[in-house]
Every structure is written in C-alpha cells, then in structure tokens.
Write a protein that binds this ligand. Sequence first.
Ligand SMILES: *Cc1c(COP(=O)(O)O)cnc(C)c1O
Length: 406
Amino acid sequence: MKKNEDIALLCNDYTMNTYSRTATIVRAKGCRVWDQKKKQYLDFTSGISVHNAGHCHPKIVDAIKTQAETLSHCSNLFYTPQNGLLAQKLSQLSLGGKVFFCNSGAEANEAMIKMARLYGHESGRYEIICMKSSFHGRTMGTISATGQSKVQKGFDPLLVGFRFADFNDLESVKALVNDKTIAVMLEAVQGEGGINPATPEFMKGVRSLCDEKGLLMLCDEIQCGLGRTGKMFGYEHYDVKPDAITLGKSLGGGIPMGALVASSKYSDVFTPGSHGTTCGGNPLACASSLAFLEVLEEEKLVEHSEKFGELFRVGLQKFVEEYDQVLQVRGLGLMIGLVVAGSAKEVVDELRAGGLLALTAGEHVVRLLPPLNIGDNDLEEGLEMIGDTLEVLFGGEEEEETEDKE
Ligand SMILES: *Cc1c(COP(=O)(O)O)cnc(C)c1O
C-alpha cells in the first residue's frame, strides 16, 4: 500500500487525465466526507447527485452486502427477482410501461436515442431535436446530442441526426421540425448546462408540439430525477408526461446504473437482439437501487428536498442582496445554482479550502447538490461556510470602495 500522501500521485501516474482532481477522499458518512489527513468536508455535491440519500446509508449498505453474498450477477440471459421488482417500481413511479437497465446515464440516453430511431425507422424519421446548453453524456451518440461544443471538440465527425433549439424557446423547436423528425429530447432542469429550469410554457408547448406532430417527448431525468428537484421527477413540476425518460446517477444508490423507462406505447420497440448489455440491471445494482427507493419513500426525501431546497434558496438569496458579484439563485428543490459574475471555479476552490464541496455548472454557476436528507444544522453550517467564502472573495472589495469614498 502506498503512503497516503502518494494517492494523488498514484492516480495521476496511472489514470488518464480526464479530470482535474483536487482533494483525496477516503471515507464518507451522510453528508460528510474525509480526506487522508482526516480533514472533514461538508459534501454539497453528493458525488454529483449520486448519493441522494447521503453517503453509506445503512439500509443501502445492508442491501448491497446481502445481495453480494447471495447473487451479484448472472447476465440478462436469466430472470432475477430484483430486476423485475425494480422495473415494476420504476414503471409505477413514472410512466407505466417498461424499463431497460444499463450501467450509466450516457448508456441510458443511448438506449433512448436508439429506441426513438428504431421506432421511426419504417417511416424514415430519425432526427432528434435537442437543446442548446444541454448535457446528455460522453459517448459518441450522447455528445452528438449534447448542445455544448466543449464536449464535441476534436471528436468529429459526430453522429448525424441531431438539431439544436434554444432551451425555453418553443418557436425555435417548431422551426426545426420536418418530415424526418422523430423526437424532442430535453432536461426539465438543465444540470451541467447551468441549473436552468424549463418554463412551464415551454414544457407544455413541447408536449403539445410532440402530440400534434407525432414526435416522442424524451426527458433526460438523470440529474433532475429521483427527488432532486423536490418532485420524484423533474417533469412533474410541469404537469406533463413524456413518452420516455432516462435515469442514472442516484438510481443505483451508489452502484453504477442507468435506466430507460418508456410509456406503454413504446415499451415493445426493442425486441430480442435489438439492444442489450452484459452487466446492466444485475441483481447487485437492482438490490441497491430498490433499497435507495425504499429510503426515498420511508424518509420522505422528495418532500424533504422541496422543503430544504426552499430554505437553502432563501438563505442564499441573502448573498445576492449582500454582494454585487453574486447575481442570482436558481433551481428547484435541492438542485441549486448560485450565479456569480466572475469565475465559479474560483468560488468552488475557495469553498473546498474552507471545508465545503460544491460543483460548477459552466463558467459562472456554482452548483449545489446536497443529499436530500440534509438536516437543519448541516444546511445552516453550509450556508455559513458559503457566506464566509463569499466574504473572503467579494467582501474586501466593498471595503476598499468605502475607503475610496472616504
Ligand atoms: C450525468 C448526466 C448524464 C451522463 O451520465 P453518466 O452516468 O455520466 O454517463 C446524462 N445526462 C444528464 C442530465 C446528466 O446529468
């Protein structure tokens, strides 16, 4: 075993350079994580909205242990109880219809894109209208569907058949519909794109447009789904039902997992051989996911997310009033963006130095995704840490201004 201090060096020497990593994390519990020198951090990233029930939730840990000892994997050539039970649960919670399991969010979106194409194949329709500043993953298909050039740069030629509309501008979507269009794909709340919630008019307008033109409405719920926004799914804020949704991130309770859920009309588009995966939906991932969904229900985490999201945003709003450089608080439930005039990364770095983990979403948005079961004291502590950091970064200048005036 390497010395603790060498962990970062070890990772840098032997893992590809796809992330600029910062702290080293060796242990976690609830909304806290610890580094190798026992420094504690308040984790307002939840591992990018993966641990929605907090780190190492005992019920999820137990389910993983038990399932690992019983049957962790046997391939999709066989039936397993956990697989069927989880599919039933997700179907009942969302669209009715059926589920395809896979191992990540990007794979879930791949499945959704393939399903839409297969459905449109006979009529020669394959184009999918996606949104600018969306994010759908890192595979060739999903970077082609992502409306941000930064994820596409250097990987062209991209997959054909994706067009990009302006998010929250229904006319721009309508303008792209033609006789090759099969679907519209969007996030109810854009995540990496900057925590941008859809407007009700837009979501309802997309639904009507899809009905009118015979298009599938595809919602990527990978980040905004499963309680994050104060509803079970992001689309529920808008009183619409999509034709298919994708899930990932928190779905597996910490075990990598993705899922496509399609309403009954599209449930049987795939047939044996038309799509597949070796590990997707194995009993281990399904057992962990079932335990997570039980915790979500038992501990009323969706309601909790709504309530604490509101408290958090009210607390953050004070900083907008206090500092010129803090421009806006936006988001739904505990999916929150703090928009700053300067570099969001600088704020995130300073927060981490002070003991709070946060994320960026684009250049100017500090993204805050605490576990949905965060308590009053932890939220209060987090707000204080954010306040202290903003004071360090932005407080000084105001004093200088006052001095200038004197
Ligand atoms: C994270 C994310 C993805 C990709 O999920 P991976 O598991 O990283 O492949 C896709 N869409 C949205 C909205 C996401 O937030």
